[in-house]
Design a protein around this ligand. Structure first.
Ligand code: TRP
Length: 405
């Protein structure tokens, strides 16, 4: 596809999901303690994640009650994703708030998405939270769509396909209510003239050993992957202001490198706010993945598809039969339907608490819990899909122009 041409109408070719099967050029990240039983890297998530252990391993800071209260005080309201530990960890969030409060210095927000397929409901979590931060703090936002990254990382995807998914994913982002006057969308292959001079400054400060150690690259890793962290770093330095990045914790390794580079190029280190991985429908191990269509609810799914997927695939913390369930109760901690309500679809604490207690005690059956989730998701998607279609007419207003800076 020609740059700029057809940008609004470009259609994505549909392929079977197997086609998108993940083929990383990286081996799992070197792990200091393989006995942990889980792996978290940008291209590989495995096992049951122990988030306290992950904080130690990655060397991040835990979200504390006092930091949570401080965010709430400055924002003027609480957010359920903070209350419920969905954003469980950070780097330098306190510094961002110090500068904001003491010096009146505004930060800007940055997050992104690797367009390897259609948007899942799990992808929306950091974007919804970013929108809340943007509104409460009155700041700018950059959203990066890394069509180059997914082209490099997945041998089955062409550049036309990743570009096409980038444009489709952008609609989901815009549908969450962002406005073009304070929000810009970056598409790597389209906006490279803006990114490249910054990426080059970053790349000059990184060597192969740095990325090899962080990502486990080998001699067979393609060169695009090796350079890629420089491009994901570039938006951090688009503005002469501190940057705050809400993101899935699997993306932390890229920004660990960015943070090392920042002082060497005379820029502030990016601050990060990490969210937990959103479980796939089929279980809590790992994030929602495009490689299993069954384990995934897309933002474009019809109500009957949502219903079918949840009823058939959503991992249940219930007992094998009704008699036992009434007697022993269900386990909300491992029940994916309950977790989706907690993470995203039931912001009201008292309603969530009632569902929790009823399920735990056996008063509520798995089928009833699933029915609640199906209704909540379909309500959300009904609105979202309408806003998503409207976004097609405004997409161009959000795109970063190709200016060099
Ligand atoms: N690499 C990310 C992904 O695969 C996409 C991305 C680019 C990103 N820039 C980001 C994610 C900044 C979080 C924050 O999804």
């Amino acid at each position: 596809m020609q740059l700029g041409e057809n940008i609004l109408t470009h259609k994505i070719q549909h392929k079977s999901e197997d086609f998108f099967k993940y083929e990383a050029s990286a081996k799992p990240m070197q792990d200091d303690n393989p006995d942990d039983g889980f792996v978290v890297t940008p291209w590989n998530i495995q096992g049951e994640i122990d988030y306290d252990r992950l904080i130690q391993k990655f060397g991040t800071q835990k979200m504390t009650d006092s930091l949570h209260s401080r965010i709430t005080r400055i924002a003027g309201e609480d957010h359920f994703m903070l209350r419920r530990g969905i954003f469980f960890s950070h780097r330098d969030m306190d510094r961002i708030l110090d500068e904001y409060e003491d010096k009146g210095r505004k930060f800007f927000l940055y997050t992104g998405r690797g367009p390897s397929g259609h948007t899942h409901i799990g992808h929306l979590v950091p974007w919804v939270f970013a929108k809340w931060l943007q509104d409460r703090f009155g700041v700018k936002m950059y959203f990066q769509l890394t069509d180059d990254e997914k082209f490099y990382a997945k041998s089955g995807l062409s550049m036309e396909e990743t570009r096409g998914f980038a444009l489709e994913n952008a609609l989901d982002f815009i549908a969450l209510g962002f406005k073009p006057d304070n929000t810009k969308i970056i598409i790597d292959t389209r906006d490279i003239s803006t990114l490249y001079p910054i990426a080059a400054r970053v790349a000059k400060q990184l060597n192969f050993s740095n990325t090899k150690a962080v990502f486990g690259f080998t001699g067979e890793t393609n060169l695009g992957m090796i350079f890629y962290t420089s491009l994901q770093s570039a938006p951090c330095f688009l503005e002469d202001a501190p940057v705050l990045i809400p993101l899935g914790v699997d993306q932390d390794p890229h920004f660990r490198l960015t943070r090392d580079v920042a002082p060497k190029i005379g820029r502030p280190k990016p601050a990060l706010l990490h969210n937990i991985m959103i479980p796939a429908l089929e279980g809590t191990g790992g994030k929602m993945s495009a490689s299993s269509q069954n384990g995934t609810i897309y933002t474009t799914d019809a109500p009957n598809q949502v219903k079918k997927k949840i009823n058939k695939y959503a991992f249940s913390g219930g007992q094998p039969d009704i008699e036992q369930h009434r007697r022993l109760g269900g386990n909300p901690d491992i029940d994916v339907s309950y977790q989706y309500l907690r993470i995203f679809f039931e912001p009201d604490d008292s309603k969530l608490r009632a569902i929790h207690d009823d399920y735990r005690s056996g008063r509520m059956l798995t089928g009833e819990l699933k029915a609640i989730l199906i209704e909540r998701i379909n309500e959300f998607l009904h609105e979202h899909q309408a806003r998503r279609e409207k976004a097609r007419d405004h997409l161009e207003d959000f795109l970063l122009d190709g200016d060099t800076r």
